[in-house]
Design a protein around this ligand. Structure first.
Ligand code: LLP
Length: 388
């Protein structure tokens, strides 16, 4: 949404900060995903709920026919409430508690993405006690370094996620021997905010090698789940508001050698919801420091922690001003030096009361919000919602 298109009239009387969600953009994004996989009936896209669990957003994505990717019992509950079918839910996480495993078995979810043989054993025991059979994929640590921030790579040997690929055959044999576990396939995820398609090509190659190795060992591979990670363009949210799904899925069409009848699952989060969200806040004070000019706003790291945690860039626009640009450090009120949204950014001159949009905040904004410093959780405005 271009700066001039934000519905400022409808912002009046709303308490800032709040999350603004452009629902028509979300719908266009979901259409783009659906049309990119329309020719592949065995491909299923799951939405990574961790990116944004706002009930209105979840409902829209469930209604569009996507599955859900959850990482906790709480997310499974939210997904079910929003209308995701249990058989479309996959569940990953290195530390699943017993109550979460019970809840997932009770709900009848599609897959447990299991991250260790210790977890496999516990799932077997709980499923046996409940008289159920748990559908299980084993999460493989593919040892591939995605070109992204160190805090959000997950597929390196040193990361806590998944089972190291050399230990995998043993883990599969163990799963096959568990009477209350049904071995369904392998799960991968290399990291997040990945823009270099070569990283996904490397993942395909690793999976192809693994498949060949499994066939030599006479082990089944089952279905494949390649996780998520497709990045978005934080620099140009106006010109490139929809991630390049065609290029992303083309990588898997071209490089992954699927066997007949083999299903392929994806778990996309950021690329589905990131661009449609903005954090709207107000300028409280313009403050001249010793060397820098600050725009102190009423939003902080408690509503969007990405800049503080990953030094992430989010484009900022002054929606209320058309004055000549000046340089600002945009900072929040929280008592942490890292509570800074951007340093030395050029904004149309700011005055007290101006509304700023911090763009591309739809993913890992609201879902990572906290109440630090006694700050209340902000509201959200789903703009353009038809209410059906
Ligand atoms: N599947 C698995 C197993 C994951 O761990 C993740 C994200 C996803 C799918 C979805 O990834 P996406 O498509 O959204 O990249 N808070 C960080 C991102 C953490 C991502 C964690 N895992 C950020 O704000 O950048």
């Amino acid at each position: 949404m271009m700066k001039g298109s934000f519905p400022l009239g409808e912002f009046q009387g709303r308490k800032t900060p709040f999350y603004f969600y452009d629902i028509p953009l979300l719908e266009r994004t979901l259409d783009a995903v659906r049309s990119a996989v329309r020719d592949r009936p065995l491909w299923q896209v799951h939405y990574a709920v961790k990116a944004n669990a706002n009930p209105g957003i979840l409902r829209r994505i469930a209604a569009a026919g996507l599955g859900a990717d959850c990482v906790s019992g709480g997310e499974i509950r939210m997904a079910l409430e929003a209308g995701f079918a249990p058989e479309s839910i996959v569940y990953a996480g290195v530390g699943k508690s017993d109550w979460e495993i019970e809840l997932a078995l009770e709900a009848g979810i599609a897959r447990f993405n299991v991250e260790s043989t210790a977890e496999l054993q516990v799932i077997e025991e709980i499923a046996a006690r409940m008289g159920r059979v748990a559908p299980v994929c084993l999460r493989v640590n593919p040892d591939i370094g995605a070109h992204t921030h160190a805090h959000i790579t997950t597929g390196l040997a040193e990361n806590k996620f998944g089972i190291f690929h050399e230990m995998l055959p043993e883990a599969v044999r163990m799963a096959l021997a568990c009477p209350h576990v049904r071995f369904c396939g392998l799960h991968f995820h290399i990291g997040s905010q990945v823009l270099d398609m070569a990283d996904f090509v490397a993942l395909c190659n690793r999976i192809n090698d693994l498949t060949a190795r499994f066939e030599r060992l006479d082990l089944p591979v089952g279905d494949l789940n390649v996780g998520g990670g497709l990045g978005i363009n934080y620099e140009h949210p106006n010109h490139l508001p929809i991630a390049d799904f065609a290029a992303y899925f083309a990588v898997f069409k071209r490089h992954l050698h699927l066997r007949a009848g083999q299903a392929l699952h994806f778990e996309l989060g950021r690329s589905l919801v990131g661009p449609c969200g903005s954090l709207i806040c107000r300028v409280l004070y313009v403050k001249q420091g010793a060397t820098r000019q600050f725009a102190v706003v009423d939003a902080s790291m408690t509503e969007l922690i990405r800049p503080a945690l990953y030094h992430a860039y989010h484009r900022i626009e002054n929606l209320s001003s058309d004055l000549p640009e000046r340089l600002y450090d945009v900072v929040g009120p929280v008592c942490e030096s890292s509570d800074v949204f951007a340093k030395g950014v050029s904004l149309d001159e700011c005055r007290r009361g101006d509304l700023l949009a911090i763009r591309s905040a739809g993913a890992y904004g609201e879902s990572m919000a906290s109440c630090y410093n006694g700050r209340p959780l902000p509201g959200s405005f789903l703009y353009g919602e038809t209410g059906d």
